[in-house]
Design a protein around this ligand. Structure first.
Ligand SMILES: Nc1ncnc2c1ncn2[C@@H]1O[C@H](COP(=O)(O)OP(=O)(O)O)[C@@H](O)[C@H]1O
Ligand SMILES: [Mg+2]
Length: 229
């Protein structure tokens, strides 16, 4: 088993204005699973992925990833976890606007800087996502679909086991969205554990498992028969 959540609660704010954004009693995800995280807007999908990616901390409860208790790690260990174990793909791409596509892909290798091998890997990843020749272009000179593919290459630079994608097709037209889903499927095929939040029906049809959130609680957790994916 790769991931476990036990009695994980995330509350935003205090007192009467507080919001319980997530409340997960017990959840297990195995290595190599492809999980769609669905639910209406505000149901806690981003909160869930942010906690798993250690971009945020739970108010209470225990999150284990690969035997490590995230809630017990110090800042240094959390930084390493975020950089090396997790590839995060955001709806808004979150590329640095003044860096080229290649430099954006290389950012997880900072602050140490990238050696020749890392540079070669970044170029290879850009080719894999169909962007060879775009290495020097700035994000503003790329389409939305191309920017998201740069973000995917960046997420893969340090070869993380766990890929977290938060509504990765949310800003894309259907053709570009399809390309992103194909890339996520490829990553799952390579043995990565992939969690993708969103409403995209193509994602839920493709994934082996659907975790449906309502008001921060898991309402349904269905594993499809293997024949479905
Ligand atoms: N930084 C924040 N401060 C206060 N409330 C927040 C914050 N982030 C999210 N929330 C609230 O937590 C709930 C879950 O939000 P979110 O995880 O973003 O849902 P989703 O990604 O499914 O749309 C919502 O009610 C949202 O308003
Ligand atoms: Mg969200």
């Amino acid at each position: 088993m790769l991931i476990s959540f036990d009695n994980v609660v995330r509350v935003y704010g205090r007192g009467s204005s507080s919001v319980k954004a997530l409340d997960i009693k017990k959840l297990r995800i195995d290595r190599g699973e492809f999980v769609a995280v669905t639910g209406p807007s505000g149901s806690g999908k981003s909160t869930f992925l942010n906690l798993l990616g250690a971009l945020d901390k739970p108010s209470s409860g225990c999150i284990l990833v690969d035997g490590r208790e995230l809630t017990a790690l110090g800042e240094g260990a959390l930084c390493r976890y975020r950089r090396e174990k997790v590839g995060f793909i955001f709806q808004a791409y979150c590329l640095l606007p003044t860096l080229s596509a290649l430099q954006n892909v290389l950012t997880p290798a900072l602050p140490q800087g990238a050696g020749r091998r890392t540079n070669d890997r970044a170029r290879h990843l850009l080719r894999r996502v169909g962007l060879s020749g775009a290495e020097k272009r700035l994000p503003g000179e790329l389409s939305g679909g191309e920017q998201q593919r740069v973000a995917i290459a960046r997420a893969l630079l340090l070869d993380p086991d766990l890929i977290l994608a938060d509504e990765p097709t949310g800003n894309l037209d259907s053709v570009n969205g399809e390309g992103i889903i194909e890339l996520l499927k490829d990553l799952h095929g390579m043995g990565k554990t992939v969690l993708v939040a969103g409403h995209d029906q193509r994602v839920t049809e493709t994934c082996g498992r659907v975790l449906h959130l309502v008001d921060g609680r898991a309402q349904g957790d269905s594993c499809l028969p293997r024949a479905h994916f």
